[in-house]
Each structure stands twice: as C-alpha cells, then as structure tokens.
Design a protein around this ligand. Structure first.
Ligand code: OFO
Length: 165
C-alpha cells in the first residue's frame, strides 16, 4: 500500500503529465495553423509521450492498490510569439516537471517508499533527455536567420515518430 501523502503527490503528478500533453497538443495545433507541419508533428508526438507518462503513474498507483483521482486539467495557452518562443516555453515547462519529479523522489525517500523511489528513476532519466532535446532545438532556432532554415528544420522534425516502449 502507498502512504496517503505519496498517493496524493502521485495523483497530482498524473495531472501535471496530462497538462503537459494538453500544452504540447495546443502547440501542435498552433504550428499547424502557421504552416509548420514538421514542428506540429514533433509536438503531437510529444503530447502522446506525455499521455504515456500520465499512464505510467496511473498504472503504478493501481498496481500498488491505491486509488487514482483525476483532477481538472487547466487550459493551456493557444498562441506563441514564434517557434523559438514556443520551445523556450517548452523548456521552462520541462524544468518545472523536473522539479516536480525531484520533489516526488524526496518524498519517497522521506517516506522510505523504496518501490516508488525505484519507479521514479525512469522519470529522472527521461527529464534529462527531454530538457536536452528542447535545448538542442532552441540553439538551432537561435542560429537560423532565414525562413529557408526554418523550413529545413521543419522537414527534420517531421521525421519524429512515436517510440514504442
Ligand atoms: Fe515532458 O516529461 Fe512528462 O511531463
């Protein structure tokens, strides 16, 4: 059985992950609207990954005999100033998620909940990867000085596919 505090924090994390999915889906729609289909694809794949993250917490709570409680998901923004702005906001959001995961790890340590502590290790690695991906795209966007460059990056981001785990 999971302790009350841990259970509440894990349920809150489901909401964080669902919001991440919502945010990236909203960015995907915005990229579609401005004609950058490759960026839209990248964000749509990311939105699906985030849903997968929410499901990892969901399945884990159930496996430990806990009760899943779904909360209201807040509305994400619908517009960004530029592709660079959207990716800067993505990185900022991922840094927030990294902090959430770190707080969960601290709580698992405090509660001496080894199983939750172990489950969270996957998310620690995942956050390193996600922040690195965003940072790479941000630095490439900063180097681009023509619409040609944006379209080349768009073509590359169109290649991103869902990873099967
Ligand atoms: Fe973007 O890693 Fe989950 O939220």
């Amino acid at each position: 059985m999971i302790g009350e505090r841990m259970l509440e924090a894990l349920n809150k994390q489901i909401n964080e992950e669902l919001y991440s999915s919502y945010l990236y889906l909203s960015m995907s729609a915005w990229f579609e609207n401005i004609g950058l289909k490759g960026f839209a694809n990248w964000m749509k794949v990311q939105a699906k990954e985030e849903l997968g993250h929410a499901m990892k917490f969901y399945d884990y709570i159930i496996a430990r005999g806990g009760k899943v409680k779904l909360h209201e998901i807040k509305a994400p923004p619908h517009e960004w100033r530029s592709p660079l702005h959207a990716f800067e906001e993505t990185l900022k959001h991922e840094q927030h998620i990294t902090e959430c995961i770190n707080n969960l790890v601290e709580l698992a340590e405090e509660e001496k909940d080894r199983a939750t502590f172990n489950m969270l290790q996957w998310f620690i690695d995942e956050q390193v990867e996600e922040e690195a991906n965003d940072e790479e795209i941000i630095s490439r966007l900063k180097m681009i000085d023509s619409s040609n460059g944006i379209f080349m990056l768009d073509r590359e981001l169109a290649q991103r596919k869902e990873e099967v785990e």
